[in-house]
Design a protein around this ligand. Sequence first.
Ligand SMILES: Cc1cc2nc3c(=O)[nH]c(=O)nc-3n(C[C@H](O)[C@H](O)[C@H](O)COP(=O)(O)OP(=O)(O)OC[C@H]3O[C@@H](n4cnc5c(N)ncnc54)[C@H](O)[C@@H]3O)c2cc1C
Length: 249
Amino acid sequence: MLRIMNYATPESLDEAYALLTKNKKNMILGGMIWLKMEDIQIPTAIDLSKLGLDQIEEEDAEFKIGAMVTLRQLETHESFNKATCHVFRDAVKDIVGVQLRNLATVGGSVYSRFSFSDVICSLLCLECDVQTHAHGRISLEEFISLPYEKDIVEYIYVKKTNLPSAFVSVRKSATDLSVLNASCTKYADHYRFCFGARPAIAKVYNCDLDHIDLDVYCADNMRGSKEYREKLVEGLTQKLLRKVESYVG
Ligand SMILES: Cc1cc2nc3c(=O)[nH]c(=O)nc-3n(C[C@H](O)[C@H](O)[C@H](O)COP(=O)(O)OP(=O)(O)OC[C@H]3O[C@@H](n4cnc5c(N)ncnc54)[C@H](O)[C@@H]3O)c2cc1C
């Protein structure tokens, strides 16, 4: 059972960070979708809802997405999806159901860095940065390579590249975790592929346009064997290429 001893609603990110680092067991609350299943006691739970982080701001070159924006807000944001070939919508549409996606936050999803994450796999093929309190603005690729530490994910930035991109995944049933997920963006001189739930976290693989040679490391877990995943890599690569090329025209 999750037990919360004190509940804080800080008025600034500095105050939130000071509270977070005051005790190693203090925690930031996202949508609490994952946290509520944990058997832990939190001395001070820090709710960021007073900090205006639930907004998607469209700027000239990029989208600035607050950490408290829900998966559903992004999934249904017309302009964001249009500028990113609906990659995010396609990635999250099978995550449990609308009620869960109305609660789960982008910040909680990025901070958690779950190996099965469809959210990370989709954002990784886009030009995406993460702003955290401790590190400032860094690429998502760099962020997911960092060890877990006391930090606050504040904003996610996604560039408006308008490049052809696609997301695909294989699930045993519609709402289960992905056996393998994959995304791809086509640049002028290369493809950027990402494969996640291998079962390890999503990883980027860059390839020349005329020579697709993907050495994706896969392994076994309860959802699928290494060999099965390796076959899926081939199939999902073909699917991604068909989708990406169909956007080109
Ligand atoms: C039943 C179930 C099925 C799921 N299936 C999928 C799936 O198929 N694909 C997929 O991609 N995801 C899936 N998820 C994960 C989900 O999409 C969210 O990523 C996850 O629940 C975390 O979101 P949250 O906002 O509720 O975070 P919380 O549960 O509130 O927090 C999770 C962790 O993140 C920390 N945290 C939250 N916000 C921040 C922040 N701004 N800065 C720093 N730390 C923060 C918390 O302290 C905690 O450690 C599933 C989750 C559940 C419960």
